[in-house]
Unconditional design. Structure first.
Length: 55
């Protein structure tokens, strides 16, 4: 999953577990907040992912 902001971007793996794959331009603090948001919304993200990719 890709996250874009005016300051940079990050890519998180959602399989087999949520983890940061790469990032550019974002601080460790920003990445921590983003990962927490992804983890909190994991069910919603996976649901949209499955609908989009037919999972």
């Amino acid at each position: 999953m890709h996250v874009l902001s005016p300051d940079g971007e990050a890519k998180f793996w959602i399989e087999p577990a949520i983890e940061l794959a790469t990032s550019h331009g974002l601080s460790a603090k920003e990445l921590k907040v983003l990962q927490e948001i992804v983890e909190e919304r994991e069910h919603e993200i996976r649901s949209h992912w499955d609908r989009h990719f037919g999972g």
